[in-house]
Design a protein around this ligand. Structure first.
Ligand SMILES: [Mn+2]
Length: 287
């Protein structure tokens, strides 16, 4: 029964990102889609909500009367979850931001185009895909402004999709491999977490400083995707930087329950994430 507020026993909020369905090709993505379906099937009974933190699709663009082919099983799965009354929050990433109502109307997801601050069980969390945040990456930030421009989006929509979608898919794949080194199967194993060079870690430090200046307690968790690098690292000002990794090579997800957010692998549910050896520092500053 659609949208019936059935009594549910769930106690877990699940967070995932960066499935990039469509990359590197449809066949490989179909295999990953099956793994995702198993994940949602196994976790649905314990879930009170899902947060998808961006780049579910490697390319997505809605025309007035058409959407891209493929990955209808995941779409059906998300629709069934929302039909059961489980909220699915869908953050646009930098690969699937061209959604204009279809995902909300057809799948029933709650769409977020910007970062979100939430309070769960007394914990303060900051959630975002993570693209364009932190210092550096000026070339990508310029490109990002073009992608977000309504005029450019209208011009793109005028092109025939046999041409425009193929072109966009080509650029989407090549840009991802260039911009997000962790997404490359070849380099994923070599990628390491270096806080000094990690823009989102730097962004977390600034956010925590800003909170402190404004007399607010630090965020307990700042959670992102985008980097394709699983991270669970305590910050010096308090709180934890979490990067959800991806579902291309890492198959990692965030699990929030009883005020604690863990980063785990699927299907074996083992703790994951670079930076775990960092001890949670004792907070000496006044909060
Ligand atoms: Mn991304």
């Amino acid at each position: 029964m659609a949208n019936s507020p059935a009594v549910r026993n769930g106690s877990v909020i699940y967070l995932l990102s960066d499935f990039h369905l469509g990359s590197p090709n449809v066949k490989a993505s179909h295999e990953r889609e099956q793994i995702l379906l198993r994940f949602f099937e196994e976790t649905a009974d314990s879930a009170i909500a899902y947060y998808l933190l961006g780049d579910v699709f490697d390319f997505w663009f809605e025309l007035k009367h058409a959407v891209p082919k493929h990955f209808v099983r995941l779409q059906g799965c998300l629709a069934r979850l929302t039909d059961r009354g489980i909220p699915v929050h869908y953050f646009t990433g930098n690969h699937d931001l061209w959604t204009f109502g279809y995902l909300e109307k057809e799948l029933g997801v709650i769409l977020h185009r910007d970062a979100l601050e939430v309070e769960w069980e007394g914990r303060h969390l900051y959630l975002a895909h993570g693209d364009g945040k932190g210092p550096g990456d000026q070339g990508f930030k310029r490109l990002r402004r073009i992608f977000h421009s309504p005029l450019c989006q209208r011009m793109f929509a005028w092109l025939h999709p046999n041409f425009s979608f193929a072109l966009a898919q080509h650029f989407s794949r090549s840009s991802r491999l260039a911009q997000e080194p962790g997404s490359s199967a070849k380099s994923a194993g070599q990628l390491t977490f270096n806080p000094d060079q990690e823009w989102l870690y730097q962004y977390c430090l600034r956010q925590q400083d800003r909170r402190h200046r404004n007399g607010l307690p630090p965020y307990d968790y700042l959670v992102f995707g985008h980097r394709h690098l699983p991270v669970h690292c305590a910050l010096p000002q308090g709180g934890v930087y979490v990067n959800l990794g991806d579902w291309i090579t890492h198959f990692t997800y965030g699990r929030f329950e009883s005020g604690q957010l863990d980063l785990l692998t699927y299907p074996d549910h083992q703790p994951a994430g670079h930076g775990r050896h960092h001890q949670q520092p004792s907070i000496t500053q006044a909060s």
